[in-house]
Design a protein around this ligand. Sequence first.
Ligand code: SF4
Length: 85
Amino acid sequence: MTAYRIEHDRPNCIGCAACAAIAPDFWKMDDKDGKSDIVDGVKKPDGQEERDIEEQDLAINKEAAESCPVNVIHLKDLKTGERII
Ligand code: SF4
């Protein structure tokens, strides 16, 4: 059962690659525009990106989110609907 949702405000990503360095199982860099992508993420028409993850994947993605210099990685608790970062 998925517990959290990664939300990536991709249009505002500056392509620093910190997330991909910290959590390569979940984040990769896109050669085309230099921004990061969520591995197996779903991209919306407005460029926002998301992926649901399990409880055990929270810590590494929280670390990635905390490393983001422009705070475009968010994590939502699907039980409460609230963002934890
Ligand atoms: S850490 Fe933030 S700005 Fe850097 S590539 Fe990842 S999402 Fe983009």
